[in-house]
Write a protein that binds this ligand. Structure first.
Ligand code: OGA
Ligand code: MN
Length: 185
């Protein structure tokens, strides 16, 4: 179906985007930034529960190469990468509720690297709530969402209680994601 085709082209998944030692190196540097940041439970209208977050502008030489690898793959020449990486640390009981990233702060492409835990990303079409796509985000995988998936679907990360893929439990522990965004047009 035409519509489905456009959806598949606007969501790309790369398993094993980083190896175990690259994950360890990233986590070590991220930890120095998160050390003093406290976990937040929620505000009633917040999209995210039980998390902490930071923005990282400068990376050590090794990790910088990984960030560049993400940006090269995700962003074409006509979009401009946002200079910092958004780092989101979801606690074991953390949840990201359905939302669409604000078009005021983010352009048409979003790339996310998942560390420490697998999780389920659920995509729900804004105008047809029956159109639901569950995506298994493996540990150390990268996703790139753009265009239709980025604008027409909400995305969310399911809490551990709901974390099933094709009927099989996917235990979600603490999860850290690195999110690379581009400037709005
Ligand atoms: C966000 C978001 C997804 C992820 O922070 O807006 O949707 O992979 N994060 O952590
Ligand atoms: Mn988002």
């Amino acid at each position: 179906e035409q519509h489905f085709q456009s959806v598949k082209q606007s969501l790309l998944l790369y398993e094993h985007f980083v190896d175990e030692s690259e994950e360890t190196n990233l986590l070590q540097e991220i930890e120095t930034h998160l050390k003093r940041v406290r976990y937040e439970s929620t505000h009633w209208d917040d999209a995210i529960l039980n998390y902490r977050e930071t923005e990282i502008w400068r990376w050590n030489q090794q990790n910088k190469q990984i960030i560049e690898r993400i940006r090269k793959l995700a962003f074409s020449k006509e979009v401009k990468s946002i200079d910092f990486v958004h780092v989101l640390d979801l606690a074991e009981n953390g949840v990201i509720k359905p939302h669409i990233d604000s078009v005021r702060f983010c352009g048409r492409i979003i790339a996310g690297l998942s560390l420490l835990s697998p999780s389920i990303m659920r995509l729900v079409h804004e105008n047809n709530k029956n159109f639901v796509i569950d995506v298994l985000l493996k540990r150390r995988s990268l996703y790139i969402m753009k265009d239709s998936i980025r604008y027409d679907f909400t995305h969310q990360i399911l809490g551990n209680d709901e974390s099933f893929f094709n009927g099989v439990k996917v235990p979600k522990t603490r999860r850290i994601s690195l999110i690379c965004r581009c400037e709005p047009q």
